[in-house]
Design a protein around this ligand. Structure first.
Ligand SMILES: Cc1cc2nc3c(=O)[nH]c(=O)nc-3n(C[C@H](O)[C@H](O)[C@H](O)COP(=O)(O)O)c2cc1C
Length: 351
């Protein structure tokens, strides 16, 4: 069985190790969702990961849910991301773009013209969000999407994939975790629809399947991955029967032949990895709360093909080398996770 330091074939890529950097929002883009040189430095510093997954990136202005997060829908945004992909590739790394539509986890102040956020159903999330210059504010009730509007959102995921490839990414990841729009469709507490996108697990999986299929249609299956977080309550949602929902989803995805399934932050019971791993034949990436030791054990027992690390990469840009040399890990400063500028971003240096 492999160790963290053995190569992994993922789509047509040969990753130099099985240590993956988790997608992490860092809120360093400008007001227009355009990232600058600092972000290229940040990702290039971490290019020794077998694979980098970018921070959640919005496919349209209506997908925005946080201050200063990047987009992939305007020409300037694409140019900004090109700097990142060039820097990562020059440093010998590989990078996927995570496409994130926040759905109801968005305050009108973040949306064009103060628009109401959109969601599968008009259900208020009990969540607060940060607005620059204002502070923490409670979210408002979203508007339920009309059935006739859904194809245009699926189209946003397709176009975002086209744009990501134009920006030089090695592939794209659908963010179907953490309570954002795709997971709002999957979860019974946030999806009360009576059309073909609601009700049964098959129907609640339809949005995710259509988004993935649209992404695959332009990138090819080998350049598309998905992240899920079964039964994770973050962003105020629950599912009546997550084992059924996620096995239905995994069965449906299985036929697409995508590059990987990334599973993070599940509830402890049931054991979602035991349920999902046999349903997906491609590379299976596990994340959340891992240490070098627990990740090594997951790979050694065949429970995962790759290990995804989040916060450890923030303060340890050379994480694979630190693991290999048994060096101590630096602790990140959580107060600078989402603040503008270089502090807490590009100033953690390799050992
Ligand atoms: C600062 C920060 C930002 C995050 N942003 C995202 C994101 O944009 N997309 C996503 O899928 N997960 C996001 N996550 C979750 C991570 O991808 C990961 O699942 C989580 O940190 C657990 O892994 P860890 O224990 O190794 O940090 C974020 C986590 C942190 C700490």
């Amino acid at each position: 069985m492999p160790t963290l330091f053995e190569p992994l074939i993922l789509g047509k890529l040969s990753l130099s190790n099985r240590i993956v950097m988790a997608p992490m929002t860092r809120s360093r883009a400008n007001i227009d969702g355009v990232i600058g040189e600092l972000t290229a430095t940040y990702y290039a510093q971490r290019a020794s990961a077998g694979l980098l997954i970018s921070e959640g990136t919005i496919p349209s202005a209506m997908g925005k849910g946080y201050v200063r997060i990047p987009g992939i829908y305007s020409p300037d945004q694409i140019v900004g991301w090109k700097r990142v992909t060039n820097a990562v590739h020059s440093a010998g790394g590989h990078i996927f773009l995570q496409i994130m539509h926040c759905g109801r986890i968005a305050h009108p102040q973040l949306l064009p013209g103060g628009a109401q956020s959109v969601a599968p159903s008009a259900i208020l999330p009990n969540v607060k969000t940060w607005i620059d210059g204002v502070g923490m504010v409670p979210l408002e009730t979203p508007r339920a999407l009309e059935t006739s509007e859904i194809p245009s959102i699926i189209e946003e995921f397709r176009q975002a994939t086209v744009n990501a490839l134009a920006a030089g990414f090695d592939g794209v990841e659908l963010h179907a975790a953490s309570g954002y729009l795709p997971m709002q469709f999957l979860s019974s507490s946030t999806n009360h629809r009576t059309d073909q996108y609601g009700g049964s697990a098959v129907n609640r999986s339809r949005f995710v399947l259509e988004a993935l299929t649209a992404m695959v249609s332009v990138a090819g299956a080998d350049k598309v991955g998905i992240k899920i977080s079964p039964a994770m309550p973050f962003n105020d949602l629950t599912d009546e029967n997550p084992a059924e929902t996620y096995s239905t989803l995994a069965n449906a995805i299985g036929g697409l032949g995508i590059a990987y399934l990334h599973v993070a932050q599940t509830a402890l019971t049931p054991d979602f990895h035991a349920i999902l791993r046999p349903l997906f034949t491609g590379p299976y990436l596990v994340g959340a709360g891992l240490t070098k030791e627990s990740a090594t054990a997951l790979l050694a027992s065949g429970q995962a093909d790759g290990a995804v690390f989040g916060v450890a990469f923030i303060a340890n840009p050379d994480l694979p080398a630190r693991f290999a040399s048994h060096a101590p890990l630096a602790t990140p400063d959580a107060s600078t996770f989402y603040t503008p500028g270089a502090q807490g971003y590009t100033d953690y240096l390799p050992k």
